[in-house]
Design a protein around this ligand. Structure first.
Ligand code: NDP
Length: 475
């Protein structure tokens, strides 16, 4: 089966024409060239406090049964000092360093040295060598898509160990969770710092680098667009997908194993969280080639935001529901469990179908059917830094005619389902929906700002036709 991704880039190149510069800006999309004070303040805040936020959440489970308010209350009332909390925090251990080192090395080997086999045997799966989108400098990178294979091999080994070999306990991740946090932080900072130095001294593609002149902004949001080592080791694809997302399902499995060890059973809420998040992760790897066309890969530069975020923020905060359920095993009534499952599945359906509609539409250059009809769209154009003009299309059919980011709406419904599975006794598991709402709303605004600078008045025609962002008639 021809990969839609392959067609898209070649279609776009077919439509190249001489630059006219009349209606588009020149390669101005991607992260900003200049920093405003608000962005700078937010960035400094995040650089200072994001690691503390992660620590606070994990520590409050470890020392306060996942109560977010108790540590603060203890400190404010003088019952405990910061040093008391710190003294009770497990330190970095050789064991955790060895586990983490082996884990990352194993994922590097799977990513860099095991060419994809899955696309040869799985009908409909797009893997192997695929093209990314056109970068602002007009480059089309090639990627080896083998994430599904890495996920399968890792999970087969996990289950083989848990049920047959017994090399290590399946609770190993939970049992070393805080020592592993220190390792993840070290990797996150090392990779972000390396990416910054590389951007200055030996960038993979100098034309796709952006310097604002502000150290903090450049460190956080990245300088290089697609840093690579050698021809194939792409930082963004590796760190975004693995080790964080491959680990996501393993972390949940480790939490389920811990519940089994502590209480002699796995609750239905833990199964729900494992299943719903498992579908989301598997979907990510099944559609890894599609992921090459998402904002993370197409528009974000690689800095601390992606490097540290993928190593620490994602595996630690996206898995809070499972962690919470180890401390508070919740057995849901059948109606509640069914309601949450339906919400999660409907959210996933909207998320997947919306993303698929755009992928199909872009991959076939509009020559497809959306909900049984030829899709409607707005013709648009943009210009890369080398002055080449490209033509593209913005679809106004299917879910893309309902709202400009209905895929985010589906994602938010799924996120809410994970949180609801944890009951209502504590705030901590609800962090995820609050965070995702902020992330995706901000992303919506960021993306639209970028699209406006990329497509100019064509984007305005599109927003006039599809006026809502997330919820038709409301926002
Ligand atoms: P989208 O997949 O929505 O991509 C946005 C891009 O699509 C735009 O920049 C534009 O790019 C193009 N586009 C916009 N409107 C149209 C249209 N009408 N027709 C055709 N193309 C259009 O966004 P993301 O990359 O942010 O998200 C991808 C998925 O990943 C989402 O479902 C999101 O929920 C999920 N996600 C999950 C996160 C998590 O942490 N769990 C984090 C971020 C995303 P172009 O320049 O090509 O025109």
């Amino acid at each position: 089966m021809a990969a839609p991704q392959e067609k898209r880039s070649s279609e776009e190149r077919k439509h190249r024409s001489a630059p006219n510069g009349a209606q588009t800006s020149r390669g101005q999309w991607g992260r900003a060239w200049e920093v405003d004070w608000f962005s700078l303040a937010s960035i400094i805040f995040l650089l200072m406090f994001a690691p503390l936020i992660v620590y606070y959440f994990i520590m409050s489970c470890d020392q306060y049964q996942c109560s977010l308010l108790s540590p603060l209350a203890d400190l404010l009332l003088g019952n405990r000092r910061l040093s008391d909390i710190w003294d009770k925090t497990p330190p970095l251990t050789y064991r955790a360093a060895a586990i983490y080192g082996l884990w990352v090395t194993f994922q590097v080997i799977l990513y860099a040295f095991v060419p994809d086999f899955c696309h040869k045997i799985l009908p409909g799966y797009v893997g192997g060598v695929q093209e990314g989108a056109v970068t602002p400098a007009g480059i089309v990178n090639k990627y080896e898509i083998n994430g599904l294979q890495a996920w399968i091999i890792t999970h087969v080994l996990w289950f083989a160990n848990a049920y047959y070999f017994h090399w290590f306990s399946p609770t190993i991740i939970f049992d070393n969770w805080i020592p592993l946090l220190w390792c993840a932080n070290i990797l996150g900072y090392v990779v972000s710092t390396f990416a910054m130095i590389k951007g200055y001294f030996f960038p993979t593609n100098a034309k796709d680098c952006k310097f604002t002149g502000n150290f903090f902004y450049d460190y956080m949001m990245g300088i290089e667009f697609n840093p690579r080592i050698g021809k194939w080791f792409d930082f963004k694809l590796f760190f975004n997908g693995r080790p964080g997302i491959v680990a996501w399902t393993l972390i949940n499995l480790s939490y389920a194993a811990k519940q089994q060890e502590l209480y002699g059973q796995v609750t239905n809420s833990m199964i729900l969280v494992n299943v719903l998040q498992g579908i989301y992760v598997l979907d990510f790897f099944w559609n890894e080639a599609w992921y090459l066309k998402t904002i993370d890969i197409c528009h974000d530069h690689f800095g601390w935001y992606l490097g540290w975020g993928d190593c620490v923020w994602l595996p630690y905060l996206y898995t809070l529901q499972g962690l919470y359920l180890v401390y508070h095993p919740v057995q849901l009534g059948t109606a509640n469990a069914a309601g949450i499952l339906i919400l999660g599945l409907v959210g996933y359906y909207i998320f997947r179908v919306t993303n698929h509609q755009k992928d199909l539409f872009r991959g076939t250059n509009g020559n497809c059917k959306i909900w049984g009809k030829k899709p409607e769209y707005i013709e648009c154009s943009y210009t890369s830094v080398d002055g080449t003009k490209y033509h593209s299309k913005l679809m106004t059919s299917g879910f893309w005619g309902w709202a400009r980011h209905f895929n985010y709406t589906g994602d938010l419904m799924g996120s809410l389902a994970y949180c609801l599975a944890c009951g209502s006794a504590h705030l901590l598991p609800y962090f995820y929906i609050v965070y995702m709402t902020i992330l995706l709303t901000h992303r919506c605004i960021r993306d639209e700002h970028r699209c406006l600078s990329k497509y100019g008045k064509d984007w305005k025609r599109y927003t006039a036709k599809v006026p809502y962002r997330l919820i038709p008639g409301i926002f």
